[in-house]
Design a binder for this molecule. Sequence first.
Ligand code: GLY
Length: 402
Amino acid sequence: MSTTNKHDSGAPAARVVPVDLGDRSYEVCIGPGVFAFAPGIARKKLGDKCRSAFVVVDSGLPEAASQRAVAALRASGLNATSIALIPTEHDKSLQSLGHIVTEMTRRKLERSDVVIALGGGIVGDLAGFAASVYRRGIAVIQCPTTLLSMVDASVGGKTGVNIDLAGDGADLKKNMVGAFHQPIGVLADLDTLATLDDRQFAAGLAECIKHAMISADFGDPDLLAWTEAHFSRLSKTNAPLLAELVQRNVAVKARVVAGDEREEKDGGRALLNLGHTFAHAIEALPGARGVLRSGTELPGDIHHGEAVALGLRAAAHTSVKLGLIDASYANRIGALIDAAGLPAKVRGLPSADNLIERMSHDKKHIGGKIRLVLPCGIGQSRIAENPEPSTVCAAIETIRAQ
Ligand code: GLY
């Protein structure tokens, strides 16, 4: 897979990563101002029959950003309208899906029109799912505005909503209902990252560290070393470095997805769940709080990326105990997580047995057995079926804050 530094539609200059999926292939364009490509992609992929663009906007984005997006689409001749969505896991629901598709019906979107998902991963998943079911499927362009959604959620076509079993958020089953629905393009506009708060930015770095831990099998064996070497200069406003970070991470994700689009192969897309079995159980705990290496407790709910960072630590510790990696590699991963300002520990964990029980209910697990993705070498990870519970318990204790 090759990456180039120019998009065929001209300015603004962008880095382009292809996602090779046969007749569903598309490009991820990365750079400042690349939202400007949206009308061109719609025209190229959908033709003149595409008359309307329905923009689903993250309510956390500055009003001016969504107004600019709608204005750019209108200037190209598209009939563009928008709705705002609140980006919480609680709002990633069947009710919100109903609201979006009702608005699409009210605004008379046709099969040949396009949905534009402008926001973080929650908005991308919801808008993508709405696009997959409205009139049995219309096109979507993913326009991620967070680092996490740029490097992970917007690429690969996973869409969906959560199911709130208890009705009060206490038993939220994540992504239980959804569809694979590949976008016709992804526009990672780096200008949007400047508006992120520091915790959101750090949360995206957790997924970058995850990619570095699998990258050797997906065409970029140097990604971990490159990430370590450049970490101290990474910031929301260092556009050249961000462009390189996003491009290399998207390229890893694109190779994973191209090889196993529907997560059917061992050693394929399932490896992207590294750290996530721990993370899903932790982020579902009401009252769990991340604690930095310095001892500072992070206020409010744990972000997904923060839970992933804790999961990466626990996975690395499990691998050390199983003899899959040595402690020095686990320490390198821990040092990157610390440097990103991500948590070292979590306050509010139940007993390790209880957490393992919750992990075994993760929807990826068959028959209540635990399947963990574990690091097994530098830049390499693999699936472990039913690792010894006492080893996993010991790993959980290493991330427990008293
Ligand atoms: N975020 C994991 C995946 O796309 O498979």
